[in-house]
Design a protein around this ligand. Structure first.
Ligand code: ADP
Length: 631
């Protein structure tokens, strides 16, 4: 059984940000919130204003009503104040409720906001960095911060709301309590005349500031303890998300059931004690954190007692009418709450700055690949030529070359097959072609120009790819084919027909409007691996790109479906260039040119007949090896 360790200082939240640094981080975080969700910030501000000011209206009008009751009791005045109290309470409650609804409607997105911001960042991050463990680590840190008590960007939103509320409360409190300090008790008050001493208001304000400062330092201690636990919680959250997904992952489901993997996983999860009563944080909560938090709740009551004493003594001495007691006690209490709240917000902000730093560490990951600006010439004759000029490539962080000295040219309209054993470099070749990585040495050219000089989006629009591990979305079949919300119905049907799916579409309950998967629609359908692969082929055809790349496009198809696809391959691909990857040599025979890869090098090139004629060549060897299974 693994015991949870005490978090080490250097890996955890002992790294405290200065106030200046905190302000800088917050300015940036608020700017992101405002640019991404401006209405949320506007309505939160309005709602907070109404919420914070409402009690003061009530305090002010009720004090007038009580004064009248305790004084002259004039019927007209009493009716006037009663109506004002009721109407103002109704109007403010109504306004508050409406603004709350509006604010919450916009706020519903905030739970997903960081996910959306991170996804946007990931989609513009260089592909080679996505693969990188360092990037993953930084992203995991952001997710962890959000899940660990809503730290990071989430907390900035909550604090914005809290900060505004406290500021409005503070202003309202000052407005309603200023006369408490300025009004003097009459000379007839005898011993209570000491209340006129200028030190009295300062003592009260000093108590208020003291309570607020203690509160804020308690908050800092609690935050530091939370930050110290964040490293451990990161592991815990990773475990938690893995466990949560464990039973729902359709891809993993069969293995889990077959090998009863859940038992080992649950044991591992439980024995880690990340979030149970034996966790470091639970122990801290029972000790210092618990004591300090309890103290935090006692202090306001103590302060309230002092306020009551001061206000009641002044009223008793005849400084003001009894109705004003309600107003002053309410106002000073709110004022003290606001001061305390502002101190807490500041303390919390310093604690949260540590998490924000992590968020920006991820958002600031710089792209390393050169981004060109040339547009790709849109040629009606589709005359495009790709050249690999002495290209070698090593994956980042590795020493071994995945590709070495590859040189070749191919033109539009050709059928090109890339064959070779596993690990020979076929997929790497395609990744370089699609500019997911840049070559370590050498150059790739499109129509004689280095592909790095093209605008990336433009360059990518030249390709359509069917990846081996293609992914479909839980959208309608048509939307999957069009890879978008809107689509050209006829074109979708045409692509589906070319991919051999007409029969399947006829059987679907809603035709091409049927959802793939049941995630969002009860009457959606699960498609088989082979059908999915055909949909992916249809999707690649819908995007009318001059180059179509097929990475093992028929791996999941049965022999009949595979034969169907190949027999009309020319019709499917049309005048496009097809680059076709496979380790099944029989399915490459129809290609004009076959490239044979071995240990990262292109060792042979030619037609099927030519390569087969070279009896000692790799191609002939592989051909014979595969053919004997069928003999
Ligand atoms: P193939 O597609 O022919 O099976 P790959 O192009 O996927 O081969 O792999 C070629 C070589 O590059 C292999 O040695 C493989 O281990 C290595 N490789 C592939 N992907 C990565 C990666 N992301 N990081 C490091 N090495 C990789």
């Amino acid at each position: 059984m693994r015991k949870e360790k005490k978090p080490s200082a250097e890996k955890s939240g002992n790294e405290v940000c200065s106030l200046k640094e905190t302000v800088g981080l917050y300015r940036r975080a608020v700017a992101i919130w405002c640019s991404e969700y401006p209405k949320l910030f506007l309505y939160t501000g309005l709602y907070t204003f109404v919420k914070a000011c409402s009690p003061y209206f009530s305090l002010y009008f009720t004090a007038r009503l009580i004064n009248e009751l305790a004084g002259q009791r004039r019927g007209e005045e009493l009716t006037k104040w009663t109506v004002i109290v009721l109407v103002s309470a109704m109007v403010l409650s109504f306004l508050r409720a409406v603004l709350l609804r509006v604010k919450e409607t916009f706020a519903s997105i905030r739970w997903m906001s960081m996910g959306i911001i991170c996804s946007k960042k990931l989609l513009i991050t260089d592909f080679n960095l996505i693969d990188n463990a360092n990037t993953y680590e930084k992203l995991a840190w952001v997710e962890q911060s959000e899940n660990w008590g809503g730290n990071g960007m989430q907390r900035v939103y909550w604090q914005y709301e809290r900060f505004l509320e406290e500021v409005f409360k503070l202003l309202g409190g000052i407005a309603l309590s200023v006369t408490l300090f300025s009004v003097r008790v009459p000379e007839t008050a005898g011993t209570l005349l000491f209340l006129n001493h200028p030190a009295c208001p300062w003592i009260l304000l000093g108590c208020m500031a003291g309570a607020a400062a203690i509160n804020s330092s308690v908050e800092k201690t609690v935050q530091r303890c939370e930050n110290q636990c964040s490293e451990l919680a990161k592991q815990g959250n990773r475990n938690f998300f893995f466990m949560r997904e464990f039973a729902f992952n359709r891809k993993r489901d069969l293995d889990v059931r077959m090998y009863r993997q859940e038992e080992g996983c649950i044991d591992l999860f439980v024995s880690n004690h990340y979030f149970d009563t034996k966790s470091y944080f639970a122990k801290a909560a029972r000790g210092i954190v618990g004591i300090l938090t309890a103290l935090q709740t006692v202090l306001p009551s103590l302060f309230m007692g002092i306020v009551y004493l001061y206000v009641c003594l002044k009223a008793w001495a005849g400084a003001f009418d009894v109705g004003m007691i309600t107003q002053y006690v309410g106002a000073v209490t709110a004022l003290s709450g606001a001061v305390s709240g502002l101190f807490m917000v500041a303390a919390e902000a310093v604690g949260n700055a540590y998490y924000l730093k992590g968020v920006f560490r991820f958002l600031d990951i710089p792209n390393e690949m050169y981004q060109g600006s040339l547009t790709v010439e849109k040629r009606s004759d589709r005359k495009y030529e790709i050249e690999f000029r002495d290209v070698s490539f090593r994956y980042p962080g590795t020493k071994a070359y995945a590709l070495r000295h590859v040189s070749l040219k191919f033109q539009v309209g050709q059928r090109l097959a890339v064959v070779g054993q596993n690990g020979s470099g076929k997929t790497t070749f395609i990744k370089l072609l699609c500019r997911l990585y840049d070559p370590t040495e050498g150059m790739i050219l499109l129509n004689g120009i280095d592909i790095r000089k093209y605008n990336y989006e433009e360059y990518m629009s030249v390709f359509s790819v069917v990846f081996q591990d293609f992914q479909l979305l839980s959208l309608t079949l048509a939307q999957n084919v069009a890879a978008g919300e809107t689509y050209d119905r006829e074109l979708v049907m045409d692509c589906l027909q070319k991919a051999g799916l007409t029969e399947m579409v006829e059987k679907l309950p809603k035709g091409i409007e049927t959802n793939i998967g049941k995630d969002f629609e009860e009457d959606g359908v699960w498609v088989s691996g082979g059908e999915g692969q055909k949909i992916a082929i249809a999707r690649s055809l819908y995007r009318d790109a001059p180059f179509i790349i097929l990475d093992e496009p028929t791996a999941a198809l049965d022999p009949v479906a595979e034969y169907e696809i190949y027999s009309k391959f020319n019709e499917i691909v049309g005048d496009r260039t097809a680059v076709y990857i496979s380790h099944r040599l029989s399915s490459c025979r129809f290609c004009d040119e076959i490239l044979v890869f071995h240990e990262g090098r292109m060792i042979q090139q030619g037609s099927h007949e030519k390569l087969l004629a070279a009896r000692d060549g790799k191609y002939a060897q592989l051909w014979v090896a595969q053919a004997q299974y069928y003999a």
